[in-house]
Design a protein around this ligand. Structure first.
Ligand SMILES: [Zn+2]
Length: 373
């Protein structure tokens, strides 16, 4: 059995465990200080641990906490890998770059968004161009985050949402809710009005540790969608491109491709995947990336938890007494604090990481993977 002690109870403990495991693994570490503070006034940072040769042509990357509170999951895996696998799991000419808490504010504050209120996985967009318009979100914004979160207000807002869902159907409804929007800064799934600190930090990390490498395989750890404890590798490549074939060769039949409509994820614009695509350019670098999405609880309880979180930060007091239960519900939704869930996370995390490392070795031999994404 894997060591579920690798998981932490809060951001600061997660960071301590990560740095301790990095020391055990003889990793080189790098710190990126976030300008904000945690709810207890604690310092926040993104930390990077690098294992393996400085100039390796193949690099496996694991990212935790793109969605803040979801960081418990990825952090637990990163700690476990560094403590139990480390350099012993890396073939020659292969390195591991582990990015811990890319959104440390969200992790520490038990939120999905960054300190700018951004959904980081909608923020990697070209901010010099006009933003996409999410017409559906415009229609339901006030019902998603109603000013009155009491019984009557909730009931009224839910009736409006149910009517809208009935009108447009399930897929259009979830796309409106979670596809991303650039019009309501304190609303859900807001992609931002510029590159967030976490976005800029990931760019800096990629520039320093990934640029110019031949093959980069990225696993971005998420939670909240799918069956309890199961990790689904979701990819966003165009159908029938070399990259789309690569993800299948790496991760087998369990890969889902959003462009084939195989996943429940409705994310469309501003994904981390697209951000890294713009930094790591072919033919110099071949990027093979998946979002490893672990299931927790059902989507409806997720929506309720999001609603309360956004209500708290828009209409309530994030340090007041109503904050406690709201934060607890959100934490539970994205980090089921049970042994079986953690064991499943570790099993699948190690499997998917091992497959990524093995995939890069095979590719070097095959040499016929083409260049375009
Ligand atoms: Zn996520």
């Amino acid at each position: 059995m894997r060591n579920i002690q690798s998981f932490a109870a809060d951001y600061s403990e997660a960071r301590d465990k990560f740095l301790a495991a990095a020391r055990l693994a003889d990793a080189r570490t790098f710190r990126y200080d976030n300008p904000s503070k945690g709810p207890g006034g604690e310092a926040l940072s993104t930390d990077v641990a690098v294992v393996g040769p400085e100039d390796a042509s193949k690099v496996v990357v694991a990212i935790s906490s793109t969605h803040g509170v979801e960081g418990y999951c990825g952090s637990g895996f990163q700690v476990d890998w560094l403590a139990t696998v480390g350099a012993s799991g890396l073939p020659p000419d292969t390195a591991a770059v582990f990015v811990h808490a890319i959104n440390p504010y969200g992790f520490a504050w038990t939120r999905r968004v960054t300190e700018e209120g951004n959904d980081l996985n909608r923020n990697y967009i070209d901010h010099t161009k006009p933003y996409p318009v999410n017409e559906g979100y415009l229609e339901i914004a006030d019902f998603l985050v109603p000013a009155d979160l009491g019984e009557a207000g909730t009931k009224a807002a839910d009736a409006k949402l149910a009517a809208y869902r009935k009108k447009v159907g399930d897929i259009a409804f979830f796309r409106a809710v979670s596809g991303g929007q650039y019009s309501h800064p304190d609303g859900m799934f807001y992609g931002g009005g510029g590159p967030s600190w976490s976005n800029r930090t990931l760019h800096a990390i990629a520039d320093k540790h990934l640029k110019g490498r031949g093959d980069v395989a990225v696993i971005d750890f998420h939670t909240g969608l799918g069956p309890y404890g199961y990790g689904e590798p979701i990819t966003h490549y165009d159908i029938d491109t070399p990259a789309s074939r690569r993800v299948r060769a790496f991760w087998g039949e369990s890969v889902t491709e959003s462009k084939r409509g195989q996943t429940a994820s409705q994310a469309r614009d501003g994904l981390g995947h697209y951000g890294l695509n713009r930094i790591l350019l072919e033919p110099e670098t071949r990027l093979t990336m998946c979002t490893l999405e672990y299931g927790t609880f059902d989507r409806e309880s997720g929506q309720r938890a999001f609603r309360a979180d956004h209500w708290l930060h828009k209409y309530g007091d994030p340090l007041g007494k109503e904050a406690g239960p709201i934060r607890a519900a959100l934490r539970r939704q994205f980090y089921p604090d049970t042994d079986d869930w953690k064991e499943a996370v570790l099993f699948r995390g190690h499997q998917v990481t091992r497959q990524a490392i093995a995939g890069m070795q095979r590719k070097a031999n095959w040499g016929d993977w083409g260049q375009s994404r």
